[in-house]
Design a protein around this ligand. Structure first.
Ligand code: SF4
Length: 339
């Protein structure tokens, strides 16, 4: 058992008592699908139902291989770039958003676009446009190979620099150090983002940022749940795919608290030696991992002597996003079943 103290901010969630003879699963809540992922997956499903296959999707609709494979079987065709979509066809943008250059290319090719960009990613795009119009140099804190960062940077490419380390912050050169604004990727670690923003404030004391943090509610809530429970667990298993940013961050949060943690796509990825001396295993899931995979992990653990699975709800979460107008119109104009 790890001995690090709980963060006092989060010391109130009730973790079931354990006599250390009984092996337990602590099922963290909130976990798994966020509102942006639910919306994006619904958009693809509704588009397939309404317009029929094939429906093209630029990039993985969300970063989870199970979800992508399921939609592929239903008729979605995933492409890396719009040039792979036949002219005039229907294409869906992923939850991570696209740059204006991609939107322009879709127009040139006469594609019918359905935009599944998460509204919380769009919020960051709008901030980028606003700061750029006001003459700021922009610093975007994030991982430069991530699609979301490519899309946000594309809103103001001439004035945006991406940083992911403090060394990169220190090396920044801008035309006017008193006219700098920062934004962040939505799925960063809260602690890492704070560290980076502190470094930016040291480098540019007059730097400005967004009114509300760019890290989204789902990223924050899932990290808070791990922070709350990791000290009570021997191992934290995070269900999520390798390319899922927020899932990787959950592993890091646990490791930073001194609790072993592993990222798994599915139950079969669990290595038995991870559990050898564990009596409590916490299970969570990144924002793009479906609940069915979590339940398979719980079943795997229970089949190996972890008798009870106790849900530990750290905070309630009840966020929903509306569908984009293209989908709302499609639903409205679909033929009604006759009775
Ligand atoms: S993780 Fe956050 S930003 Fe990304 S899709 Fe979910 S709610 Fe939107």
């Amino acid at each position: 058992m790890t001995t690090l103290a709980a963060d006092p901010l989060f010391a109130e969630a009730e973790v079931p008592a354990n006599d250390s003879q009984t092996k337990q699963v602590l099922l963290l809540k909130p976990r798994g699908f966020c509102a942006g992922v639910v919306r994006a997956v619904d958009i693809v499903k509704i588009a397939l139902d309404t317009f029929g296959a094939p429906i093209y999707v630029r990039k993985e609709i969300v970063h989870n291989s199970y979800v992508v494979d399921d939609l592929r079987q239903k008729g979605a065709i995933f492409v890396n770039e719009l040039d792979e979509v036949p002219e005039g066809q229907r294409v869906i943008y992923s939850a991570h958003g696209v740059s204006p250059a991609v939107r322009d290319r879709a127009k040139e090719r006469g594609l019918k676009v359905i935009d599944a960009t998460c509204p919380l990613v769009t919020k960051v795009h709008v901030e980028a446009i606003k700061f750029a119009k006001q003459g700021y140099s922009l610093v975007l804190v994030g991982h430069r190979d991530h699609e979301e960062v490519e899309g946000t940077q594309g809103e103001a490419p001439d004035v945006t620099q991406v940083v992911s380390t403090v060394e990169e912050v220190e090396a920044l050169v801008v035309p006017d150090p008193d006219k700098v604004a920062y934004l962040t990727q939505t799925t960063l670690s809260l602690d890492e983002a704070k560290y980076m923003i502190d470094a930016l404030k040291r480098k540019f004391p007059n730097i400005v940022g967004p009114h509300a943090q760019d890290i989204c509610y789902a990223t924050e809530n899932r990290q808070t749940a791990v922070k709350n429970v990791a000290h009570n667990a021997d191992v934290v298993l995070v269900v999520g795919s390798r390319n899922s940013s927020n899932s990787n961050r959950l592993v890091e949060v646990s490791l930073n608290l001194g609790t072993k943690s592993y990222l798994i796509d599915k139950a079969e990825d669990i290595q038995p030696e991870w559990l050898e001396s564990a009596s409590r295993v916490a299970v969570t899931a990144g924002a793009s991992a479906p609940e069915v995979l979590v339940q398979e992990v719980v079943a795997y653990l229970q089949a190996r002597g972890f008798g009870s699975a106790n849900e530990v709800e750290v905070m309630p979460e009840n966020v929903r996003f509306g569908l984009p107008p293209e989908i709302v119109q499609a639903i409205a104009s679909a033929p009604r079943p006759t009775v």
